[in-house]
Design a protein around this ligand. Structure first.
Ligand SMILES: *[C@@H]1O[C@H](CO)[C@@H](O)[C@H](O)[C@H]1NC(C)=O
Ligand SMILES: *[C@@H]1O[C@H](CO)[C@@H](O)[C@H](O)[C@H]1NC(C)=O
Length: 372
């Protein structure tokens, strides 16, 4: 702008001087090339000049005129040039101004846009910061959730293991003999249970809310009448029998559950270890003579007499025995053999029996099976 101004002032000066040169006579010494030297009549100046000077002056006029003409022509050209330059400068000025205006407009717009952009950027930054904060919180929450999930996974695995353990089949490797054994196999609900006692199945109440060392943890209710092989028989004879040294056999079987009694041989074979009860009753028939007669029979276990029955008759008051009943309870083992046998008898004496009489009975049954 400064350069433009200086150029403009300089140009204006030139224009002003150009306008004045034709009329203004000022200090011709200084502006020689541009000042018009009018011919000076002698009377005007009143000066008396020497001949040589005058001659010289006359000789010099044509060259001055030429110079003047030339100078005037150059001034005209210069003026035209200046006009051209002026126009150019004006155009340039206008262009510059437009340019400046445009630049200012652009600058304003740019500045406005920039400010808005900055404002927006600031807002965006703020939002970004908020978003970052939210993301950071979410990350934290997520990491906590991940931790929670890991903890839950572990817990679920533990629960699954517990559930599997509590629902899968368990065993202590033998039959439970106490409430504590039942507890070890997973029983948790208090109630009445069966356990294996010393010999039989026992019924107990287990209170699993108590400790095994507490008295009420296990209460015995009683033995359970559990038999793996129910065994009982009742047989009769259908005729009289007097043979000595052989098992008394039977003809009639009223009951023979378990088929432990073989009536044809009269031998009972123990099917299960346990406690058995046997009962015999018979009628001895005596002849009228001799004076003293008797019959003796035994209950045999594997060939040994374990019980004896006896009956006698006599005219002698000192010898009168009529008992001929025999009951016994025996602990037997699996495979033991039991039978009745007359061990001694007088001639003519027999166990009396006949069709539709049935005085002779032999019964037996399993009281308690040994299950242990
Ligand atoms: C089982 O036998 C043991 C030892 O012989 C005895 O102490 C216990 O009382 C018995 N249990 C039952 C229920 O009879
Ligand atoms: C018992 O013996 C009589 C004959 O003495 C016979 O008729 C009857 O069938 C026998 N009863 C049985 C159950 O064997």
């Amino acid at each position: 702008m400064k350069i433009l101004e200086i150029a403009l002032i300089f140009a204006l000066d030139l224009v002003v001087f150009a306008q004045l040169t034709t009329s203004w006579n000022y200090n011709p010494g200084l502006f020689f090339p541009y000042v018009v030297h009018h011919p000076l009549p002698a009377q005007v100046t009143g000066q008396v000049e020497s001949t040589s000077y005058q001659e010289e002056a006359v000789n010099r006029v044509p060259s001055c005129l030429r110079e003047f003409k030339y100078t005037s022509q150059r001034l005209d050209e210069t003026a035209i040039d200046i006009q051209t330059v002026k126009k150019e400068l004006e155009k340039l000025s206008a262009t510059s101004q437009n340019l400046a205006k445009t630049m200012v407009t652009i600058w304003i717009l740019t500045t406005t846009n920039l400010e808005e952009s900055l404002k927006r950027s600031a807002e965006s930054l703020k939002q970004l910061a908020e978003t970052n904060s939210v993301i950071a919180n979410l990350k934290k929450e997520l990491s906590e959730s991940v931790k929670d999930v890991a903890v839950m996974k572990t817990k679920i695995a533990e629960l699954t293991t517990e559930l599997k353990a509590s629902t899968s089949a368990t065993s202590i490797g033998r039959m439970p003999t106490s409430c504590q054994d039942l507890q070890e196999t997973g029983h948790v609900k208090s109630g009445i249970n069966f356990i294996l006692g010393n010999k039989s199945i026992e019924t107990v109440y287990c209170d699993f809310t108590k400790l095994p060392i507490e008295a009420d943890f296990q209460i015995l209710i009683g033995s359970s009448d559990v038999k793996s092989a129910p065994t009982y028989f009742s047989v009769q004879k259908n005729n009289s029998f007097s043979a000595v040294g052989i098992p008394i056999h039977f003809e009639i079987s009223k009951v023979n559950t378990g088929e432990a009694m073989e009536i044809a041989s009269g031998i009972f074979t123990t099917p299960r270890s346990g406690t058995y009860y046997f009962s015999f009753i018979g009628l001895a028939e005596f002849p009228s003579s001799p004076d003293f007669v008797y019959v003796e029979l035994g209950l045999f276990l594997n060939g040994d007499v374990v019980g004896t029955g006896y009956a006698s008759n006599s005219r002698n008051a000192d010898f009168k025995f009529n008992q001929i009943a025999l009951q016994m309870t025996l602990n037997l083992r699996n495979g033991d053999r039991v039978w009745l046998q007359i061990t001694d008898v007088s001639d003519g004496v027999a166990l009396r029996d006949a069709n539709n009489q049935h005085y002779t009975h032999f019964s037996g049954f399993l009281l308690q099976e040994d299950l242990a």
